[in-house]
Design a protein around this ligand. Structure first.
Ligand SMILES: NC(=O)C1=CN([C@@H]2O[C@H](COP(=O)(O)OP(=O)(O)OC[C@H]3O[C@@H](n4cnc5c(N)ncnc54)[C@H](O)[C@@H]3O)[C@@H](O)[C@H]2O)C=CC1
Ligand SMILES: O=C(O)[C@@H]1CCC=N1
Length: 268
């Protein structure tokens, strides 16, 4: 069975490892590398996986999943790049970095797949977009899918779309959490106890999300069904439009996409 090493076990690296274990990936087919040895020991105790150094991971794993910050990827590749044997699959989880960044620092012919997942992987509800980079075949994409399908939904996209994907689904959970946080505050403004406001809006978010996924209806239809003539909802929507929420979202996602491009430019 494929041995996967996660290089850099912060939030996303741990989330991938824990998801693979939940899906039944044997612990002895997983390796992790960390910058601090105490972090490696912690992960070993928590999951029973071996924490090794980057050189051991390169030697023993079939797939190297790069989960360091994009700003740290250059240093990591300077350390391991020349030693990566032919045929190892590189799966990058790094926002912004194009697969050409990896190809330029790895032996010629090394297959690279670029992946953008998100934190709901923690509850097996991730959205993961997968793109083939240099030398990546259908079989390599299938390996990436085997890793990420148990963590939620997967989609294949051309790499040219990955910065937009990062802005939408990679960062997306943060936008929903911000909205929920703001709506809880609004509930408090209206006089509700914090816990009641929290419970009301979290269940409303879950119900709305399930309807978005399962009803087959366009979001406009779902919103119209809530919006009674001369009712309460349209009064709220007028305020949202007056305050430019729609325009703010367009600008926000454009800013996230631009930041992904900037990260790539700064790393080149
Ligand atoms: N946090 C998120 O929601 C998402 C993050 N990503 C991407 O995942 C990657 C990781 O992000 P986070 O987990 O949020 O960052 P993080 O900072 O929590 O984790 C990165 C880890 O890499 C370790 N590290 C750095 N250099 C290393 C080296 N040479 N050898 C071994 N370990 C090393 C650091 O000590 C740290 O624990 C980033 O590239 C980010 O763009 C992708 C999708 C979503
Ligand atoms: O904020 C970031 O850069 C990472 C990438 C997508 C989500 N978090």
């Amino acid at each position: 069975m494929t041995v996967v090493a996660v290089l850099g076990a912060g939030k996303i690296g741990e989330l991938v490892l824990s998801g693979l274990l939940r899906a039944g990936w044997p612990a002895d087919k997983l390796l992790v590398t960390t910058r601090r040895s105490t972090r490696g020991e912690e992960l070993h105790e928590r999951y029973g996986i071996r924490a090794v150094d980057n050189a051991t991971a390169v030697a023993e794993a079939d797939v190297l999943a790069i989960a360091v910050k994009p700003q740290d990827a250059g240093a990591l590749l300077a350390e391991i790049g020349a030693t990566v044997p032919a045929g190892k699959l590189i799966v990058s989880l790094c926002a912004g970095l194009p697969t050409s960044f990896f190809a330029a620092r790895l032996p010629e012919g090394t297959p690279v797949v670029r992946v953008m997942t998100n934190t709901p992987a923690l509850v097996d509800e991730a959205m993961t977009a997968i793109s083939a980079g240099p030398h990546a075949t259908g079989d390599h994409l299938a390996v990436a899918e085997e890793m990420f399908k148990p963590l939620g939904a997967t989609i294949r996209v051309p790499e040219s779309q990955q910065d937009a994907v990062t802005a939408l689904s990679g960062s997306g959970p943060a936008y929903f959490y911000l909205l929920v946080e703001a709506m809880v505050d609004a509930g408090i403004l209206l006089g509700l106890p914090r816990q009641v406001a929290h419970d009301l809006i979290v269940q409303t978010a879950i119900g709305s999300a399930v309807m978005l996924r399962d009803s087959g209806e366009h979001p406009v239809k779902l919103r119209e069904a809530v919006t009674s003539p001369a009712g309460t909802t349209i009064s709220a929507i007028r305020e949202l439009e007056n305050h430019g929420v729609r325009a703010a979202l367009l600008a926000a996602l454009e800013a996230a996409r631009d930041r992904a491009r900037e990260i790539a430019a700064q790393s080149a």
